[in-house]
Design a protein. Sequence first.
Length: 544
Amino acid sequence: MKARKITVILFILVHVLFLFGCEGQYTRKETEKELISVHYGHSIKATMKFPEGQSIEDNIYLDLIREEMGIEIIYDWVCANSEYEQKIDLCIASNTLPDIMSVNERQFRKMLANGQIQSMSNAYEEYASDMLKSIVSSGEIMDTVMEQGEMMALPIPHVDDQINIMWIRQDWLENLGLAYPVTVEELEAVARAFVTNDPDGNGLNDTVGIIGPYNSSSITGLGGNQWGLDPIFSVYGSFPGTWLVREDGTIYYGSLTEETKYALERLASMYQEGILDSELLLRGDSLRAVLEGTAGIFFGPWWSGYSMVDGIMSGEMNWTAHCVPLAEDGKYYNKMSAPCDNYIVVSKNCDYPQAAIQIINLLLRDEAKWVDQGFNSMVSISSVYPLFTVYDNADEIAVSFDILDKWLRDEITMEEIDFTKHKLLENDMEMLKVLKKEPLDDFSIQYWDLEHPEAASNMGRLYSFMVGQRAISTEGYEPVVSAYYGYTETMMKKWKSLKEAEVEMFSRIIMGDAGIEEFDEFVRTWHSMGGEDIIKEIEAALNE
């Protein structure tokens, strides 16, 4: 505790001149006030490890929030990531909400209907930093939280990180003399070779072709769905979870189509053959297979390099990424999530609604400095910091990649960039020139300086940009946008049960516990359980 306190004090002293020059909400005057207490509920990975003397309830980020903002975080509860949504649901039902929360669309609408949350209008106008206001306005989503002229939540725009791409072991392809697969048939052939032809050359039958979702992740989803199988569904024109419109204007649900039925049948065949992970939905964490070097292919967003950073730093795995497999028309389709599905809310019983804004202000202002200081390598910001989510402009990832790509090719200078609109970009640019080796146009793992002292804290992000986002920006995709992202009256009551039935049916078919013929009965049951009413309500909402 003493060592950490010294670290915090040194950090503050290093930036004291900066602090005095910032807007009022950042000045040291805040820390001279009496501490205010704010109650919070947090989720965390069960495998999360802390340095000695730190914990989820006592760590360097809580120290910084206390020192900089005068806010004391008190945890009402801490749960596993997989339990967070259910925990918030229980708090809503029992009316025992923490003071500040990060919730999804459904939960926000429920809290609003119950009168459990308060307006954030005054706190936002008075305390939100220019960067935070710029981020919120970039998504054009403010109207989603306005109720009788009051801002009832802080809406966080979906950053353009929702494109799922194929990540594949390039070194395995080269070992077996294979090209990366473009079609789904080629994907099956490569995955089969990864399982049967000993791509890692260790003489053991220990490799997985396509690693899929683990026991608390999703087979399909909207937007970025790491480990999900969405790209395979899309090949067949199947878009589960989306509301689509027929030529006659009627609405249908993408999970119930004949195309989805066929996609499930093909995935069941892959699973039975063993080219799709035999431990699908059984593993505690799919990432472990990736880090241990036994997985050859998975699907996930551009940021998957963050997850794989330990494997990347070993220098033994050369992961690359592509927008494949392609559909029959030669296009890569990706389901898009709602413009906003993450909301910061404040309980009506909270005396300090501005605390939520100040906690986010601090993160936006200093996250890059914490990374530079090595704090993130000691304790993960994304795992520990209260109210953490990706706070960025809606087009931040594509814009940042474009700048980084030009910067690496000396087509742009730092003087041309307005860093007040990009909280991490300056550090990204500096570190890219430091860590990338010749040739500058080859991003294979051997052409990065993994021995550099800054590599461990920067490689996950830079590899994600220069390999993952490169595929998206250069190869392209066709967006599939749902006609409706909200929650109808019947959905508020029955959607959770309907979704659970869908997940169970998909899982049982793929894993061989149910025949494909059971899909038709599932569709009929889905309609009778409230689905038909939901479709009518959505059609009415769209025709208003």
